[in-house]
Design a protein around this ligand. Structure first.
Ligand SMILES: *Cc1c(COP(=O)(O)O)cnc(C)c1O
Length: 729
């Protein structure tokens, strides 16, 4: 260690410089804490967990605060503790090396490191402390940045700096959901103000119908990837303009349109102001579609006619559409769109009607952001194979002269980041068996070594993850029951029981109460003391979704039904931390969407990487997993509910799927889990676990997904990984 010498004598000036963050270890800790690499770099995360002691919990996973709160004596003690000091120095060096390194997947693949990609998304799920995500879309965007950093992509991300994130869910004694604010205090978060060379805040302007809005930005470091968050809480803005970035998906249509102008137009202007010139702009969902209009403006000013400009923009834009559910596509009426876009169309020297044509089908309103993005992006994809097909059908009317199969929407199946989502217990086993860099592998053959893993060790590691989950759930339920007075304290939970997880947004199509369609059948399964089974449920409903909230209340009510024996529990406030605990500690991950509404789904991928077996209808990613990889598993790696056949009668469909669920549970899942050998090991189950990790991790990792996108961005010739697009550009 080069700088050990200074540890010798501890004079006052050294003490002073350590405490002020000028010298190690304080400056190193600050660097490690302020880069969100800790959210997927295990050793860094473990360091902060150790430094926090008991203070590391779901609500406060915040290294910046942990470092801020280290006492002076503690800091000096750390400086004098050679081992701890060495550990910190090594991690800081590792981070610095990674940030400087030119030896990345991209350079090794002969890729283009100068072709900067701007990645625009309305949400990013990276840490619960940065409450700028609501669900799957944000989590996917967060994992995209993590893998872009790992692979060395020249990618710069842009999002919005909401004062209030989605919301914190509180369940009252009646099972009613209440939305408590989830506020972001940017002054106290791991973000830095974006300033120019003179140290002044960089401010850009975006035109709205009632005048320009001023925008400043905050920088979040996500490994090598910079994420700029745009903020309209700027001097000179009127109160209603300051409120634009007030709340994630908050406010009315007017606010939503203004937010999207900030994201799409403001995002590119901010990047230009800080000297970033993207060659490719990736619109993560239609929220960012106005970026296409900003790019049109650039080409218009270079002297191109509108058609020529559109052709030029199509070369630059990549668009990912994320949902077949109509409500997921932003639309705006003529009055609103023309009011806010008029100044931009003047600027482009294009009549507003010209833009309206681009964002509608044959001029019939409303303005549709997905339509606009489909027209302006030359490369468009859905997020799973089935979703690609559904999207081609859904948007075929925009290409009336083409057969549906030739609608130019392909697919890149989603993934999740293996290091961010595997629990430490299983990750240790995988690292020992596959090598420390296992999570970066996308070559399926490299996972075959799992076949010879120590089966008992794997099972015991998973058992520790399950126990940790049960402890976490009991802790959360204790807080809930103290508040509500309801006796839902988790006493009925058993760390050895077959544990089924169901956690997701309570959107109607996900059918959150399918599992309770026949309460007597469910009660019979949960009431078997010889073969204990328990179900942990979590999830939020949108504050405006009363039906979703009713489903939550129904499940909370069921959790108090004595027939459930305390073995069905509802844990409030599903967030990233709870998700991580659940996908690592459950045995079975339940998913019951009504096909084909779940574009991909990603929580089941997180579960699979932890050796958790999916029990799911054939929708989204699971349809693809079962179809493509099922035959390579000795006894399967989970179960399909139903055969993918669709019934026109929704009630009949629900009855059939619920029946299949209970039958699978009673006849296959429970018996397999409880079939133990002399050592108490469920051998057949363990084989399924191994095959889940072995076959599904390489295919459904964001390392594979981002490698596929790198090809779409034109950074590499072909995707190196399997599972890429099956369909044109
Ligand atoms: C992964 C994740 C999601 C998305 O999961 P789906 O399977 O798409 O429902 C949503 N919320 C959180 C907190 C997650 O971690």
């Amino acid at each position: 260690m080069p700088d050990v010498a200074y540890l010798g004598a501890f004079d006052d000036s050294r003490r002073h410089r350590i405490l002020n963050g000028v010298m190690p270890p304080h400056d190193e800790l600050q660097r490690l804490a302020s880069n969100l690499r800790w959210t997927w770099h295990r050793a860094t995360r473990a360091l902060f967990e150790d430094l926090a002691g008991g203070g590391w919990d779901a609500a406060h996973t915040d290294p910046v605060r942990i470092v801020d709160e280290l006492s002076e004596d503690r800091l000096v003690a750390i400086a004098e503790d050679e081992r701890l000091r060495g550990r910190i120095a090594a991690l800081a060096r590792d981070l610095d090396d990674e940030l400087r390194s030119r030896d990345t997947w991209l350079t090794r693949s002969g890729g283009d490191t100068n072709r900067t990609v701007a990645y625009l998304s309305a949400e990013f799920g990276l840490t619960d402390r940065l409450a700028i995500y609501s669900g799957g879309l944000g989590v996917l965007a967060g994992d995209h940045l993590r893998s872009a950093s790992d692979l060395g992509l020249p990618l710069v991300a842009v999002g919005l700096a909401y004062d209030d994130g989605y919301f914190r869910q509180v369940i009252d004694e009646h099972g009613q959901q209440h939305a408590a604010p989830a506020s972001n205090d940017f002054a106290a978060l791991p973000v830095e103000p974006v300033v120019d060379a003179a140290g002044d805040r960089v401010v850009v302007e975006v035109p709205n119908g009632d005048g320009p809005v001023r925008i400043q930005a905050w920088l979040v470091r996500v490994g090598r990837v910079p994420l700029y968050l745009l903020d309209t809480e700027v001097e000179g803005n009127a109160p209603h303009q300051r409120a634009i970035t007030g709340q994630l998906y908050g406010g009315d249509q007017d606010t939503r349109l203004r937010q999207e102008l900030v994201l799409g137009v403001g995002g590119l202007r901010l990047l230009a102001a800080v000297g970033v010139e993207p060659a490719v702009v990736h619109l993560n969902e239609g929220h960012a579609a106005f970026a296409g209009i900003e790019r049109l403006g650039l080409h218009r000013r270079a002297g191109h006619g509108l058609d020529q400009a559109v052709a030029a923009v199509r070369d630059e834009l990549v668009f990912t559409t994320h949902t077949p559910v109509p409500a997921g596509h932003d639309t705006f009426p003529w009055e609103l769109a023309s009011f806010h876009l008029q100044p931009l169309s003047d600027h482009l020297d294009v009549a507003f009607e010209g833009l309206w044509e681009l964002a509608t089908h044959e001029g019939v309103g409303p303005w549709n952001q997905t339509t606009l993005a489909l027209r302006l992006a030359g490369r468009t994809n859905g997020v799973a194979r089935l979703h690609g097909r559904v999207s081609r059908e859904m948007w075929a009317h925009l290409w009336p002269d083409r057969p549906t199969e030739e609608v130019p929407i392909g697919h890149i199946t989603n993934g999740v980041h293996p290091d961010a989502w595997t629990g430490p217990e299983i990750a240790d086993v995988l690292a020992d068996q596959l090598g420390a860099d296992w999570s970066t592998h996308t070559d399926p053959a490299r996972f075959d070594a799992l076949r010879s893993v120590d089966r008992q060790r794997l099972w015991e590691a998973h058992g520790r993850a399950r126990r940790r989950l049960v402890d976490t759930v009991r802790g959360r339920l204790a807080v809930q029951s103290t508040r509500t007075g309801a006796a839902a304290d988790g006493a009925g939970l058993d760390p050895a029981a077959l544990t089924i997880g169901f956690a997701r947004r309570f959107a109607t199509y996900k059918r959150g109460t399918l599992l309770a369609r026949d309460v007597d059948r469910l009660a019979a399964i949960l009431g078997d003391d010889q073969r204990p089974v328990q179900i942990v449920i979590a999830g939020k409903a949108h504050p405006a979704d009363l039906e979703g909230q009713r489903l939550i209340a129904e499940l909370v009510g069921l959790s108090r039904d004595p027939r459930m024996h305390g073995r069905l529990v509802f844990v409030e406030n599903y967030d990233l931390q709870l998700a991580a605990d659940l996908v690592a500690g459950c045995d079975v991950w339940l998913n019951t969407p009504l096909r084909p509404n779940e574009a991909s789904g990603t929580s089941g991928m997180k579960a699979a990487m932890n050796g958790v077996l999916n029990l799911s209808t054939l929708d989204g990613w699971w349809d693809e997993a079962v179809t493509d990889l099922g035959q390579h598993a000795e006894h399967g790696f989970g179960w399909a509910i139903g055969d993918g056949h669709l019934d026109d009668d929704r009630q009949a469909q629900d009855d059939r799927d619920a029946d299949a669920f209970y039958r699978l549970l009673a006849e296959e899942v429970v018996p397999t889990f409880h079939d133990r050998d002399a050592l108490g090991l469920p051998q057949r189950w363990i084989t399924m676990m191994i095959d889940a990790v072995r076959l599904l991790t390489p295919r459904f990792s964001t390392q594979r997904m981002v490698a596929d996108y790198a090809a779409r961005y034109g950074l590499v010739e072909h995707s190196v990984a399997d599972g890429g697009d099956d369909h044109g550009r």
